[in-house]
Ligand binder design. Structure first.
Ligand SMILES: Cc1cc2nc3c(=O)[nH]c(=O)nc-3n(C[C@H](O)[C@H](O)[C@H](O)COP(=O)(O)OP(=O)(O)OC[C@H]3O[C@@H](n4cnc5c(N)ncnc54)[C@H](O)[C@@H]3O)c2cc1C
Length: 303
């Protein structure tokens, strides 16, 4: 029997767990591209998450856990996988220790930063303008403007195929756009614990607004994208290299190297994932040929 039929049978025993069939990924990715996910589950809590993951494992269906899809390129031909979308896991509360915050995986980084600001806690301002979730942020060690998750995380509650465990920040092995969550055996973030510092709410707000203004001034936020397409190569900035190679405006189908910020590949409206990927590969080739620098995608390219 096909895994989807058996998955539907098992999931129907838990009517609280929302599951969509053949759900277009383009509805859930910031590139606005990608074909249908065979099944997409929306757990509301750790129990439902574990249930969905357990079903997938038992049926040999490869799970994909996603947050806001702001760093994902999903194939146009779709995914014969169970996608676990954390968007409904939104619990956000003060931690047991002073100056800590507990955020479920699906909280947006903006919500977490606002929550901290409202309590006069400083440290998360850098994350306010990053459009992903807490789970995606931990996985990617998201960062901006000299801040990154590794500076504010105390640890995370993670789920593996067999266990739930609290990993302190050192065990998360956070480095530039990398964490243990990306490695095998797979682990999934259920909740993060942030440790922040006392601050002044109006100064925190002013900093968040100033950083957002810098984003708006430099980034092509009017188009769909996944932010910086490439990681920063040692000793360089990807956007500067791409611009120096004359690649601003390079276009395949509806995908284009942004004319505002060469580090972004944008969807001008009707791009497919294949168009985006073709631009990524062409940029990598031309930058390497001209400068000898290898650009590694920051965007997670799904197959
Ligand atoms: C306009 C724009 C600006 C951006 N600016 C920045 C920036 O300044 N700095 C920055 O670092 N990034 C930036 N990004 C990229 C993106 O927002 C971050 O990488 C973010 O952390 C991704 O979070 P997400 O919830 O969207 O993750 P997704 O894109 O859904 O997933 C990304 C990866 O995380 C994994 N993942 C997601 N949730 C979980 C979970 N609960 N457990 C385990 N794995 C999980 C996925 O499997 C995938 O491998 C930007 C993107 C856009 C569109």
């Amino acid at each position: 029997m096909d895994w989807k039929t058996e998955f539907d049978r098992r999931a129907s025993v838990f009517p609280g767990l929302k599951v969509l069939r053949d759900e277009p990924m383009k509805r859930h990715t910031s590139f606005r591209t990608g074909g249908a996910a065979a099944r997409m589950a929306f757990p509301k809590n750790a129990g439902e998450f574990a249930l969905a993951l357990n079903c997938a494992a038992g049926l040999g269906a490869e799970p994909l856990v996603m947050g806001s899809g702001t760093n994902l390129l999903a194939p146009d031909g779709g995914l014969d996988r169970l996608v676990i979308n954390t968007r409904d896991m939104r619990k956000l509360e003060p931690g047991a220790e002073p100056r800590t915050i507990c955020a479920a995986a699906g909280c947006s980084l903006r919500q977490a930063a606002e929550f901290a600001c409202a309590r006069g806690l400083t440290g998360l301002e850098f994350a306010h303008g990053i459009p992903g979730t807490v789970g995606g942020g931990v996985c990617m060690n998201a960062g901006a403007y000299d801040g990154e998750m590794s500076q504010v995380l105390a640890g995370a509650l993670v789920l593996s195929d067999t266990d739930i465990a609290y990993l302190p920040v050192d065990a998360l092995e956070l480095s530039y756009r990398h964490s243990v969550v990306m490695e095998q055996p797979k682990t999934y973030v259920l909740q993060a614990l942030f440790r922040l510092e006392p601050g002044n709410a109006s100064e925190i707000r002013a900093k968040m607004e100033a950083l957002m203004a810098r984003r708006k001034a430099s980034q092509p936020l009017e188009f769909a994208s996944a932010g910086s397409t490439f990681k920063r190569p040692a000793g360089h900035y990807a956007g500067t290299l791409i611009e120096q190679c004359g690649l601003k405006g390079l276009r395949v189908g509806g995908a284009e190297v942004s004319t505002k910020h060469a580090g972004f590949v944008v969807n001008r409206g009707d791009a497919t994932s294949a168009d985006v990927l073709a631009v990524i590969r062409e940029v990598q080739k031309r930058v390497f040929d001209k400068t000898g620098v290898t650009l590694e995608p920051e965007v997670r390219i799904l197959e």
